[in-house]
Design a binder for this molecule. Sequence first.
Ligand SMILES: [Zn+2]
Length: 330
Amino acid sequence: MLTFDSVLGQEQLKKQLQKAAEEGRPSHAYLIAGEKGSGKRTIAKCFAKALQCTGEGSRPCGKCQSCLQMEDGSQPDVIYIEPDEKDSIGVGTVRERINDDIVIKPYRGPYKIYLVCDAQKMTVQAQNALLKTLEEPPKYAVLLLLTSSVEQILPTIQSRSVRLSMQPLPDETIRRYLMNSFKVPDYEADTYVTFARGNLGRATELLKNEDFETKKEEAIALLKSIDSADFGELYLKAAALGKEKDMGILNFFYIWYRDALCYKAMNQSEGLIFKEEIQYIKKVSREISYEGFEEIFAALLKTQEMIRANVNMETAMELLFVAIRDCRKE
Ligand SMILES: [Zn+2]
């Protein structure tokens, strides 16, 4: 059952929304920003549930009719707007589902709540149409605009909304969640946590991704071969990687060299992610100087930027391999 307590982390945000719901004084529009998988929808739903709850005591109560309807998605005064099959929210949708609908009073509850998922996918026209409603909303209206990209929301909408940001979850929170809810063993949970970078959605997605383990093995094999393979071979590997634009491989590279650097500094295997590769990690930590590590991390960052800027993945990986190799020659 969805309550504020069941939402992980986001303490500040929860406190603020819970207070607004309890005092019965929500703003007319909220802009909730956070990357994909950060839990925007969950917290927005919880807020909507609390606002519409008619139960006694702490809200959402989970027992009243509105709460039960929220659970099965049939609460008539909470309206979800999502991108269409073209992955866009057009002006027609905004007019029909929000502007024309918002003037009709709520069926039963005190509020009429519109939850716009991926609000950045509203076209400029659609956003301008929404603006009209935001300028003079009926008193019972609450708009929850969720977005992974605030820059794509018109400044005029931003300035009329209460802006809220999702915070990354502490590693330990994600780790415990994976271990408790999915029975992931601790050493495996560490890898997922590193990849998740505070994003629970990303962690669970990786967990369900069967390719993950295969990719991990491939990446490790590649890392081990960097100093022994000849340039022609590396070129072929870069070319193979170039076929699928997959940033994930860089994460494995980061973990690998981070592990090696940790070992160099601490001389112990505790805290390492790739513990099962400890012999090799030790070797790498001896072969690379602190300066060398710095150069590798800089090269990884640069590669990431290049791929983001749409430089050919093959070229970017090739440059990375050369940089990593050069660092090891000292
Ligand atoms: Zn309730």
